[in-house]
Design a protein around this ligand. Structure first.
Ligand code: PHB
Length: 409
């Protein structure tokens, strides 16, 4: 059977009746679904240190993102994911806010991510609700960040989360009097309080608390202060990078180690790329952290291989890579849940309670805080048979939330 149909331009053309039926059905289905399913490019704006002294940390962000996209592809449903990078070499909140604004307004990103330093993450949170944009923090580790906007999710760690378990380790190791030394900004202050609270609860005494300006790079006077304090151990936090390498070297080279002063810290201070430069002096150093490159699981081996390929030199892969890899997992889940539409509230709701197997072990997004619940590991710097150094996991503190949230004012 044949029939006529009239084209939109008024030109009559001849088509089969069955085809007319099919077209009518398609029009109804189109109306019911509310529009055409069209493929979009979903942009993700990533802010991090890609140049300057902390460039290696930014490189790890990129390695984690590239690894995730290499393993999982660059599409979610019909949509293609595109990453737009912006460089912020040092902590600079005004610059971070300007970059985030430009990404939202000019680039039209649907998601913000990255943020190595706390002040940069905090500054961008003010833009999220108006911009209708969720933000996935891939490193910045001050507890308060997630409380600044309902659209913040964190896939890294907090200083409270990683520094609390080392206090008990320090006490059990026989250090009853400890001095704390931290960088004087958000994560340093959190690390200091986390350690003090847990150490004093265990029965230890904090004899002195030193806060160093972030710009400090001569650590010899601090080492003298540690010696003079009479403490049996030191707890320290500095943001990973040239800072941590300089500090741990100074500890090892200024006779503190030889004087029997014990060293305790979160794993920021023994990140893998620093170990060759620290050498044998670092062997035996104990830290607590959420991730070690050596973590023994298939998921991690797959991740390390992909991140190593992405970065070019596998010895440069550090912990920000795992925060970025898991951050991308959360972003893909949000894109899936919203069908690619820009709806920050719906996207964030969809990943509350999400759990998965990360390269670091089992993790979940706490539905209340939107921060990641994860195992924290006690690790010791060890030397492998081939002469390379690594963080060897020796104890697991399972399913740790963020104790720091209880102290956020
Ligand atoms: C932070 O600024 O929140 C930060 C930076 C580097 C770290 C940890 C925390 O290693």
């Amino acid at each position: 059977m044949r029939g006529f149909a009239t084209g939109r331009l008024g030109i009559d053309f001849f088509i089969g009746e069955d085809i007319v039926k099919t077209l009518k059905l398609a029009v109804v289905a189109f109306a019911l679904l509310g529009g055409v399913a069209h493929a979009d490019v979903i942009k993700v704006g990533v802010v991090g240190p890609f140049s300057g002294p902390f460039a290696l940390q930014g490189k790890s962000f990129k390695a984690g993102i590239d690894a995730y996209m290499a393993v999982n592809g660059n599409t979610v449903g019909d949509d293609t994911v595109e990453i737009v990078y912006r460089d912020i070499p040092a902590a600079d909140p005004a610059q971070s806010r300007a970059l985030a604004q430009e990404l939202i307004v000019k680039e039209g990103v649907q998601y913000l991510a990255g943020f190595y330093f706390t002040p940069d993450a905090l500054a961008a949170t003010a833009l999220l609700e108006q911009g209708n944009v969720p933000m996935v923090v891939m490193n910045a580790a001050t507890s308060a960040i997630v409380t600044k906007s309902p659209y913040v999710i964190r896939t890294s760690f907090t200083q409270y989360q990683v520094s609390s378990p080392i206090a008990q380790v320090a006490f059990n190791a026989g250090a009853k009097k400890v001095i704390t030394v931290v960088s004087d900004y958000g994560p340093g202050i959190d690390a200091e309080s986390a350690f003090k609270v847990a150490f004093e609860a265990a029965g230890g005494k904090t004899v002195e608390s030193v806060r160093m300006p972030m710009s400090t790079n001569d650590y010899a006077p601090i080492m003298q202060r540690i010696k003079d304090s009479g403490a049996e151990g030191v707890f320290a936090f500095l943001p990973s990078g040239p800072t941590t390498l300089g500090f741990v070297k100074a500890f090892n080279e200024n006779g503190l180690k030889d004087a029997g002063i014990k060293f305790f810290a979160p794993g920021d201070l023994t990140q893998e790329s620093d170990l060759p430069a620290l050498g044998d002096a670092a062997v035996g150093m104990q830290t607590t952290f959420h991730y070690a490159i050596s973590h023994d699981s298939d998921a991690n081996r797959k991740f390390v291989e992909a991140a190593g390929k992405a970065i070019g030199n596998p010895a440069e892969v550090n912990f920000p890579a795992v925060g970025a890899f898991d951050g991308m997992h959360v972003i893909y889940k949000m894109i899936e849940a919203t069908g690619g539409e820009q709806d920050a509230a719906k996207a964030v709701d969809a990943i509350k309670g999400l759990s998965w197997e990360s390269p670091r072990g089992p993790v979940a997004i706490d539905p209340e805080s939107r921060h990641i619940t994860q195992n924290i590991y006690l690790r010791e710097v060890a030397k492998a048979e081939d002469g390379t150094y690594y963080n060897k996991e020796i104890q697991t503190f399972e399913k740790q939330g963020d104790p720091g949230l209880a102290y956020v004012k």
